[in-house]
Design a protein around this ligand. Structure first.
Ligand code: IPE
Ligand code: IPE
Ligand code: MG
Length: 251
């Protein structure tokens, strides 16, 4: 494990890593347990990923915890997830403060059950002065919803005469998103073997490196993060240019 970590070039860390934590249900099924058992065991993986990222010096980590589409699951599972959210936040606040990690959230938080919303706000408030890493939970999150909200806000500003339609830039748009102020994720990881985005951060991942891991989320450990970062550092990010241009610009 130590060896893997030492292969990481800390000068070239992704500043922001986004993770689609998928496969809790299938992991539980594999162990002959109800889906909720998988969600509960996913918490350990969250802790591993968060602490490993913070220790390395990653500045932002965004975890997809509940999509707007997830409301369509059986009521008992939704309730269990919301309860788990409250319990986990309450339990982890102390450790987050000890580790100097700031909690943030994106998504339509106003639609969360009031208990979950309250626990979340308490967590955000209590960790707001922490500076080592920001942990962003995507909750009741939908990238299409986020984009529509940005469009509405920009349209309103235009209507109010505060913004000229012709002056709207990518930066204007990025500022209207809930990730305002955060760098775009350079690296997006999805566990469970599924290779899709499921309505996560559509604008922000325009140039992200994607990694799909063939493990279920409760199996995710620090080593998976280390290995993924090592692979990321061995990729050539060309941004539309040629390989020769990239190599020459590094000389
Ligand atoms: C991810 O695991 C957790 C959430 C979506 C809340 P799943 O619950 O989607 O697990 P699978 O994909 O059904 O195995
Ligand atoms: C995506 O996982 C959402 C989260 C991880 C919270 P899903 O399991 O809901 O995604 P789909 O429906 O299989 O695409
Ligand atoms: Mg899933």
């Amino acid at each position: 494990m130590k060896d893997l970590k030492s292969l990481i070039d800390v000068e070239k860390l992704p500043q922001h890593i986004a993770i689609i934590m998928d496969g809790n249900g299938r992991w539980a099924k594999k162990h002959g347990q109800p889906r909720v058992f998988g969600h509960r065991n996913g918490v350990k993986a969250v802790r591993e990923a968060t602490e490993a990222a913070a220790e390395l010096g990653v500045k932002y980590m965004t975890l997809y915890a509940f999509s707007t589409e997830n409301w369509g699951r059986p009521k008992a599972e939704v309730n269990a997830l919301m309860t788990l959210l409250v319990q986990t936040i309450r339990k982890e606040i102390e450790t987050m403060n000890k580790n100097n990690i700031k909690l943030q959230a994106i998504g339509d938080l106003s639609q969360l059950p009031s208990k979950s919303y309250k626990a979340l706000q308490e967590g955000i408030e209590s960790t707001k002065h922490n500076t080592r890493m920001t942990l962003v939970l995507a909750l009741n999150y939908s990238a299409k919803w986020e984009i529509i909200e940005a469009v509405k806000s920009i349209a309103q500003q235009s209507k109010d005469g505060k913004i000229e339609p012709n002056s709207i830039t990518e930066a204007t748009f990025a500022q209207a998103l809930s990730t305002n102020g955060m760098p775009d994720p350079e690296l997006l990881i999805r566990t469970s073997g599924e290779q899709r985005i499921s309505n996560f951060l559509l604008w922000q991942i325009a140039y992200s490196e994607l990694t799909f891991l063939p493990i279920y989320w409760p199996e995710f450990r620090r080593e998976h993060l280390y290995q993924t970062i090592i692979d990321f550092q061995n990729r050539e990010r060309r941004f539309g240019k040629t390989s020769e241009q990239i190599i020459n610009s590094k000389k």
